[in-house]
Design a protein around this ligand. Structure first.
Ligand code: GLA
Length: 387
């Protein structure tokens, strides 16, 4: 993607960029909708990446072009927030300006193979890569923590999708061969080696998080927290609710808030024990937690979609060790744990792909796309010379 972004810049603006950076997509192994509830998450960066190539432009303006349509768009960055991906770019620029780290004017070319809206964090791949390239262009030395903060606020406060800390963190900090256990309330991190084979099925069903259902869930969680604080004034996040006090939730909360909290509390426990199992290479019981996570997302958090459920069921029936939706849900991708990567895994993998394709075609008259995913590196600077 690096060469494509640089060539696109050259073609669109008639000269080479001066700075470039790239950032990956991610899958989340466990810990869905726990980040904004102060719980743990267990994501890993993947091989698909977004590259941002940048050069100085006219002060006050951003000229931007993406490989997807090749059309140059011109936006003022102090005006109304533009629609679409330009809004994220302007959001980044404004957040950088708040830190005194924004270039006065920019030209930007973006190339990406992270599927958009597929739950693989295409937006954080964009905001993190753009933030790094723009800050470098401005000559500002931003720490990774600053970068994560800029990317998070660009999406949450500028664009208005109130996403949590998981995506910018893993996208900025990912490490080849490892998943990251991140405790979102304290920022504590532990890298865990991944020795497993995963498939990723993309259902092709797209959601627009800004449409509101994600923000609705966040509002439900905030409402539930306020109710629980009446009996537990020290409770600062839902994820802190003690597992032994789960039965009390029946009395304290009405539906749907009770189910939402049950999801968060049980997912918190699954994620911590899942990280330990993964670290010890105990993939079978780890896979069982993936299955349980999907069921909790489906029934309690109501963030699945029929297409995701078809893939999950078919994969499990064909012998997968675990399968669940990954990312926010309501569409996007299913992550399947096929095995440890031995000969038996290869056979099982083919059986899973065949079974999922058959079941999906029967239901929807088309096949989902499939790829294998392994843990890749986080954001980095890229050379700007064309190879
Ligand atoms: C989206 C958000 C994340 C997280 C997940 C759900 O990907 O960007 O912060 O909340 O949904 O786990």
């Amino acid at each position: 993607m690096q060469a494509q972004a640089i060539a696109l810049f050259q073609a669109a603006f008639g000269g080479p960029p001066t700075h470039a950076a790239s950032a990956p997509g991610r899958v989340n192994l466990l810990g869905e909708h726990t980040d904004y509830n102060g719980g743990p998450v267990l994501p890993m960066a993947i091989g698909a990446r977004t590259t941002a190539a940048a050069g100085a432009g006219e002060p006050g303006w951003i000229d931007l072009v993406s490989l997807r349509d090749g059309l140059v768009e011109r936006v003022r960055w102090d005006g109304a927030l533009p629609q679409g991906w330009a809004g994220y770019v302007v959001g980044v620029q404004r957040e950088l300006a708040g830190l005194g780290a924004a270039p006065p004017g920019v030209r930007l070319a973006v190339a990406s193979d992270v599927p958009i809206g597929g739950g693989l964090s295409s937006s954080a791949a964009l905001t993190v890569s753009v933030a790094r390239a723009f800050a470098d262009l401005a000559g500002a030395d931003l720490s990774i923590q600053d970068l994560v903060g800029v990317a998070l606020r660009a999406e949450a406060e500028q664009v208005g999708v109130r996403c949590g800390i998981m995506d910018p963190t893993i996208v900025a900090r990912g490490r080849g061969g490892h998943a990251l256990l991140l405790e979102c309330s304290t920022g504590r991190m532990r890298f865990i080696p991944v020795r497993a084979r995963f498939l990723l099925f993309d259902t092709g069903v797209r959601h627009e998080l800004a449409d509101g259902v994600y923000n609705t869930r966040r509002a439900e969680c905030e409402a539930a927290l306020r109710v629980l604080q009446l009996t537990e004034p020290a409770l600062s996040h839902l994820a802190e609710w003690p597992a032994r006090r789960v039965p009390a939730l029946r009395r304290l909360l009405d539906e749907p808030l009770r189910s939402r909290v049950l999801h968060v509390v049980t997912e918190t426990a699954r994620t911590r024990s899942g990280a330990d199992l993964l670290a010890r290479g105990r993939l079978r019981p780890f896979g069982k937690l993936l299955d349980a996570s999907h069921e909790s997302c489906r029934r309690r958090y109501e963030c699945s979609a029929p297409e995701l459920d078809v893939v999950v069921r078919a994969a499990r029936r064909a012998g997968a060790w675990g399968a669940r939706l990954t990312g926010a849900g309501w569409g996007g991708c299913v992550l399947v744990l096929v095995g440890a990567g031995d000969r038996a895994t290869a056979l099982r993998e083919q059986a899973v792909i065949d079974a999922v394709n058959r079941a999906f075609t029967r239901a929807y008259d088309r096949e989902p796309s499939v790829r294998s995913v392994r843990p890749g590196a986080g954001a980095r600077r890229e050379r700007v010379e064309l190879q």
